[in-house]
Design a protein around this ligand. Structure first.
Ligand SMILES: [Zn+2]
Length: 155
């Protein structure tokens, strides 16, 4: 059900903008919520279930927020480093440095555009899922140095 780096080319493609929040879009969001629950993920992007559409989900506690056509408008200078996993890259975790606070714009399920400021884990998940819409995966953040070290088997 989940597209993975090993078996899917879809994950490397750029997702398309949603022109209108139709019933079809709403159905897709419901499907995404179901998959995210099943997989116990804290976020999900539409291409992970094979749909090249710019839709992401971010979970915060019991609530899951849907962002359609998400854009990052501003990023804080302050960054932190945290290990991230991905349902599409099973068994892999990568330390990634990301801004701790971001200002974003997106469309909600009512078709209304909004802006908001998010921080902490939610901001990190938002950035991770937005990466998916541009075909970027956590493995792209593995530094060249650590790739060489791994290749040469040095620690
Ligand atoms: Zn992911």
């Amino acid at each position: 059900m989940i597209e993975t780096e090993k078996n899917s080319k879809i994950l490397r493609k750029r997702s398309k903008k949603i022109d209108e929040v139709t019933d079809e879009v709403k159905d897709l969001v419901l499907k995404m919520e179901k998959v995210m629950d099943q997989e116990e993920g804290i976020g999900l992007a539409a291409p992970q279930i094979g749909e090249l559409k710019r839709i992401i989900l971010v979970r915060e506690g019991d609530q899951s927020d849907c962002f359609i056509n998400p854009i990052i408008l501003e990023k804080s200078k302050e960054k932190d480093l945290l290990e991230e996993g991905c349902l599409s890259c099973p068994g892999i975790s990568v330390e990634i440095e990301r801004p701790v606070e971001i200002r974003i714009r997106a469309t909600n399920l009512d078709g209304e555009e909004f802006e908001s400021e998010i921080e902490g884990l939610k901001a990190r998940v938002f950035q991770h899922e937005t990466d998916h819409l541009d075909g970027i995966l956590i493995t792209d953040y593995i530094s060249l140095l650590s790739k060489i070290k791994k290749f040469l088997r040095i620690k």
